[in-house]
Design a binder for this molecule. Structure first.
Ligand SMILES: C[S@@+](CC[C@H](N)C(=O)[O-])C[C@H]1O[C@@H](n2cnc3c(N)ncnc32)[C@H](O)[C@@H]1O
Length: 264
């Protein structure tokens, strides 16, 4: 199993979060999560996404909910108020410091690698991992994460791994991304230089005048097929459904959600 993807993801998201030093703005949270703020600051779009996650997962106020790959808490703001207890985990520790500053009263944020969660078996009613599997370089990683999600899910519980790029639609998704970028620039101008993007060079990098500029960490977007998740679900003994992402998402039709239900 390749592991370079993990370090790349950790560095990419940590780097973004490290530059948010105060209470995070919505733009900061978008930036940390790798979301274009010109699109995702639209509260009706956010609400539609949250409602689609909550309804596909059938989340209630009685549930203990785990979010795997929570970043700075972009989704936590919508998910935590709708369940009894919310736990967000992420491999990039600085993102969690930002999430904690949101002050969500029923939320806990923990630094965890999703391939080896230090959480008890069967301890969650619901688990969601949204826009995270795009970071996984091969299906072996996706499988390891789904197995961990399955382990911490209680019998009768539901899990969703969501917004997974469909490998069959890679070209269409790239064309849409390009068109979306152009449209957003026409409507709102170029991507704003968010507060989070102001580079503060740490003192040790400035020592001896060695470093005056830096290279921004990069992240890739990986795609999978729905049948891979269906086969894995069958192996685990899950009732598996492949569902659409919410309709106003620009990648609607190019991405899918997987919902796994654990027998009681
Ligand atoms: C694109 S962000 C999505 C954040 C949030 N779920 C959302 O939809 O806005 C992906 C997050 O997954 C985290 N992540 C990637 N690999 C991980 C792993 N192995 N364990 C835990 N978190 C991981 C990254 O650090 C990053 O914060």
């Amino acid at each position: 199993m390749r592991t370079d993807w993990k370090e790349a993801a950790r560095l990419f998201f940590s780097d973004r979060a490290e530059h948010v030093v105060e209470a995070p703005s919505l733009e900061d949270l978008c930036w940390i999560a790798g979301r274009d703020p010109r699109l995702w600051r639209d509260s009706s779009l956010f609400e539609e996404m949250i409602e689609s996650i909550l309804s596909q997962l059938e989340v209630s106020k009685a549930h203990r909910l785990l979010e795997v790959g929570c970043a700075g808490g972009f989704l936590a703001r919508g998910l935590a108020p709708r369940c009894r207890e919310y736990v967000g985990v992420d491999v990039a520790a600085p993102t969690l410091e930002v999430a904690r500053r949101l002050g969500l009263p029923n939320a806990t944020f923990l630094c965890e690698d999703a391939t080896a969660l230090r959480l008890s078996d069967a301890s969650f009613d619901r688990v969601v991992s949204y826009d995270v599997f795009t970071n996984f370089a091969d299906f072996a990683v996706a499988e390891a994460v789904v197995r961990e999600i399955w382990r911490v899910l209680r019998p009768g519980g539901r899990a969703m791994v969501g917004s997974i790029p469909d490998v069959e639609k890679t070209q269409e998704a790239a064309a849409r991304a390009a068109a979306l970028g152009e449209e957003l620039t026409k409507l709102y101008g170029p991507l704003p230089p968010a507060r989070a993007r102001i580079v503060r060079v740490p003192f040790w990098r400035r020592l001896g005048g060695r470093v005056s500029s830096r290279v921004e960490p990069q992240i890739s977007c990986y795609a999978f097929s729905a049948s891979q998740f269906e086969k894995l679900g069958a192996f685990l003994g899950a009732a598996t459904r492949i569902l659409p992402i919410h309709p106003r998402n620009p990648y609607f039709g190019c991405r899918f959600n997987v919902v796994y239900e654990k027998p009681s």
